[in-house]
Design a protein around this ligand. Structure first.
Ligand code: ADP
Ligand code: MG
Length: 376
């Protein structure tokens, strides 16, 4: 999960990294009050989970509280790269002398972290790296050793950052480790005219696998998240919404992927990827179907389960529970095979719902679901 800038700012502050005074609001009127509290002038910043806000009109200096209100009013509700601006942060303007870039990112392939740093901050680091690769230092960080003062000095030297940034580099590493982040980025980290080192913008990506330890961030409050994906996430389902018309649900990522291919091979388009996983209960099946069927684009649903740890009779019971709970209006094609397939098929046959039909092969089931979706 990505954090908003204001949340990243809060984490930085908690770990002793200097950040400008700032407050967040969803109200233009309150923005005026905040600017007043900050001393009159304020940088108004759209809180959206995307970079390059400055260029897109999402970072503006307001000269006084009235201007802050006006700017906030213009920004709230606007879209930046498809993200709706629901909140703005007002930050105290900082007198910038130089802008730097620093980040730590997980390098999965190398099994390490990578420190990326540059004395040319402020702009998108990809642009700097493309135009002047020699201006971007990339230093591997061993996760067991972490970033000590010595390591931070090595990073700062490689990037040409002033020695005062060493302390921030060490603290930023502590943010990464203690907050279970996969990425922490400060762009720009600035040196002010008075010589202070201040983090003006922050991006933090938390490791979703550690969410149980980071409960304070709660559920993802991203207004941009697809409502169905949010509903699926709330039920603990692995669901990705796609743009087709055949709902797909299966057990195991590999099987679901090949089911998507099978549907596409029949000339239809899958509406989603939904993996109920191994050992899925009837409840999980029912939850999954409920999510898929609430997608208005779905014309038919293909349930493809190869019973292993997941027994097909539990899956069948989940299907029966789901069709009884929601008023089923779309056809469901079910293919059950493997562990307890015979019992599962019998359960569905006995329920004999007019919109539920069974096909014994995967290709046959995909063909039938595709036909139902394209003729519906
Ligand atoms: P983004 O990276 O999304 O464009 P930033 O927060 O990095 O947004 O802001 C863009 C630029 O605006 C920064 O590089 C910096 O020059 C300037 N800026 C941002 N916050 C402040 C601030 N508090 N004081 C002065 N300038 C700022
Ligand atoms: Mg930035």
């Amino acid at each position: 999960m990505d954090l908003y800038e204001h949340q990243a700012r809060q984490l930085f502050a908690e770990h002793g990294i200097v950040v400008p005074n700032a407050e967040v609001t969803d109200s233009a009127k309150e923005a005026r009050e905040i600017a007043r509290r900050l001393g009159g002038r304020a940088v108004v910043k759209a809180q959206v989970k995307t970079g390059g806000r400055g260029k897109a009109g999402g970072v503006k200096l307001a000269a006084d509280p009235a201007a802050a209100e006006l700017t906030a009013r213009q920004m709230l509700g606007m879209r930046i790269k498809g993200h709706m601006v629901g909140k703005v942060m007002l930050a105290q303007p900082v007198d910038i002398d130089r802008e730097f870039y620093v980040s730590y990112v997980l390098d999965r392939a190398a099994g390490r972290f990578l420190a990326i740093a540059s004395a040319e901050g402020g702009m998108e680091i990809e642009e700097v790296a493309a135009a002047r690769p020699e201006a971007v230092a990339r230093i591997p960080v061993d996760p067991a050793e972490g970033v000590t003062s010595a390591k931070a000095t090595e990073i700062a030297d490689a990037a040409g950052l002033p020695p005062q940034t060493v302390d921030v580099l060490v603290r930023l590493w502590q943010v990464l480790v203690r907050e279970d982040a996969l990425l922490v980025e400060v762009n720009p980290l600035v040196r002010t005219a008075r010589g202070d080192i201040v983090a003006l913008d922050g991006k933090v990506t938390l490791d979703d696998n550690a969410r149980f330890r980071q409960a304070r961030w709660g559920a993802d409050d991203d207004e941009d998240q697809d409502p169905l994906e949010a509903a699926a996430a709330a039920r603990g389902l692995t669901y990705v919404r796609l743009d087709g018309e055949v709902g797909v649900i299966g057990n195991g990522a590999g099987l679901v992927m090949s089911t998507l291919d099978a549907v596409a091979g029949c000339g239809a388009r899958p509406a989603d990827f939904l993996d109920i996983g191994g050992g899925a209960s009837a409840q999980v099946m029912a939850d999954g179907l409920t999510v898929i069927l609430s997608d208005p684009a779905v014309k038919s649903v293909l349930v493809n389960v190869f019973g292993g740890i997941t027994a097909c009779d539990a899956v069948a019971e989940g299907i029966v529970a789901a069709v009884d709970r929601i008023r089923l209006t779309k056809p469901l094609v079910v293919r059950l095979d493997g562990n307890s397939a015979a019992r599962g098929r019998a359960i569905l046959a006995e329920r004999a719902h007019p919109l539920v039909e069974q096909v014994t092969t995967m290709d046959g089931a995909a063909r039938r679901a595709a036909d139902l979706a394209t003729t519906a």
